[in-house]
Design a protein around this ligand. Structure first.
Ligand SMILES: Cc1ncc(COP(=O)(O)O)c(C=O)c1O
Length: 383
């Protein structure tokens, strides 16, 4: 049997990883500026994470959500503390799409309404409601098409206010990434997030902060939405939460009430996943990784701004996108093949940097040197 080919693959097989470095089966070393797609938060195979998962594996890996699991309560308490959302409650699941799916369902249950506002170029995952709220028709199957999603232009306060005024009392939720990732690293403005909060309050809708990619400290704050100084009603999380161990979740404001049977999952919140997530938070606190993300991101962005060929630099902390002149369309390929550096992309010409929050200054220098050399190489070929 062969694999169902839905991913265009790099011809590389990674067999070992440590910190911000990975090795292929021939022993070739690569610098990971992609963090396995924003997933690696505390560095590959961090020893505390490995030990905590290993210890948990020896105790108990799984039981169903029909029994008390103190490790889930520990995770909820740790999340309350690190996020500053001290009175929010936690529902655990397994991925980012599931987190958004549950957030959207919960908003609909809570309000008794059907309509969702999402924004141009959004990406919220591939389950039915999450993909319907994703602005990419090519990944929405006919069965997922629905009239319940209203797409509005990103960062347009007037369009948001007009939509609420015209659809008063039918809007269940607004879902927004604090920094759009797949779109190519575009920040929601503080003014826009404040307007979402205000409109949701005025019309009784739920503000859902999709923090799957921009959350978990990557921006320099626990949730990038926090830069706007307002609280969302639900925060969705995944990617960095388990440092590669599959886990997702939503943080839910106290005015949204739980009821038995409202949400549910078999695997969500299993002890092994909770151990991985607790290890991540423990390392983030011990190694001050949010401050590190803010400071290292600033250094990296300033350096990028001074590199010839770089047209624009966007982002916050260690969620960075830089746009290249069209002549450098092959830059990502050259970085990987010639300089052994993994990066992300957003078509047509944005390179995305989503490294581990533990990345060292010397690895940042290594990346900047590789980038300059790659740009030189391409320039010399084209002149
Ligand atoms: C902002 C955002 N939301 C949701 C998702 C979906 O997460 P998952 O792939 O874990 O389902 C992603 C994945 O890239 C994402 O970037």
């Amino acid at each position: 049997m062969s694999l169902f080919k839905v991913y265009p693959l790099q011809p590389i097989s990674i067999t070992k990883a440590l910190g911000s470095h990975v090795w292929d089966e021939k022993g070739m070393e690569y610098l990971d500026m992609y963090g396995g797609h924003a997933v690696i938060s505390i560095g590959h195979t961090h020893p505390h994470w490995v030990n905590r998962i290993e210890d948990q594996l020896h105790a108990i890996a799984f039981y169903s959500n029909s029994v008390i699991m103190p490790i889930q309560e520990q995770l909820a308490t740790a999340l309350n503390k690190i996020s500053g959302k001290t009175d929010y409650e936690l529902f655990l699941c397994n991925s980012g799409a599931e987190a958004n799916e549950n957030a959207l369902k919960l908003a609909s249950f809570h309000t008794g309404r059907k309509k969702i506002i999402a924004f141009s170029k959004s990406f919220h995952g591939r389950t039915s409601l999450a993909v319907a709220a994703t602005d990419n028709a090519s990944i929405v199957a006919p069965v997922n098409e629905t009239d319940n999603i209203i797409f509005l232009p990103f960062n347009d306060v007037a369009a948001l206010e007009k939509c609420f005024a015209e659809n008063a009392n039918t809007i269940a939720a607004v879902i927004i990434e604090g920094i759009q990732g797949v779109a190519g690293i575009y920040e929601a403005s503080n003014v826009f997030l404040q307007a979402i909060r205000q409109q949701c309050d005025q019309y009784g809708a739920v503000y859902i902060a999709d923090s799957v990619q921009c959350g978990y400290g990557r921006s320099g704050k626990f949730f990038s939405h926090d830069f706007a100084g307002v609280h969302a009603d639900i925060y969705s999380m995944a990617k960095g939460m388990g440092n590669g161990f599959p886990i997702g979740g939503i943080l839910i404001a106290p005015h949204i009430k739980a009821k038995f049977g409202l949400l549910g999952t078999t695997f969500g919140g299993n002890p092994l996943a909770c151990a991985a997530a607790l290890a991540v938070i423990e390392v983030m606190e011990k190694e001050n990784l949010m401050e590190a993300a803010a400071q290292k991101g600033k250094t990296l962005m300033e350096a990028l701004q001074n590199i010839k060929g770089v047209k624009a630099v966007r982002g916050k902390g260690l969620m960075i996108g830089f746009e290249m002149e069209p002549a450098f369309a092959d830059l990502r390929k050259v970085l990987l093949e010639n300089f052994k550096i993994f990066t992300g992309e957003a078509k047509p010409n944005v390179i995305r940097l989503l490294p581990a929050l533990t990345i060292t200054s010397s690895d940042i220098d290594l990346f900047l040197k590789g980038l300059s050399d790659a740009i030189h190489l391409i320039s010399n070929k084209t002149t």
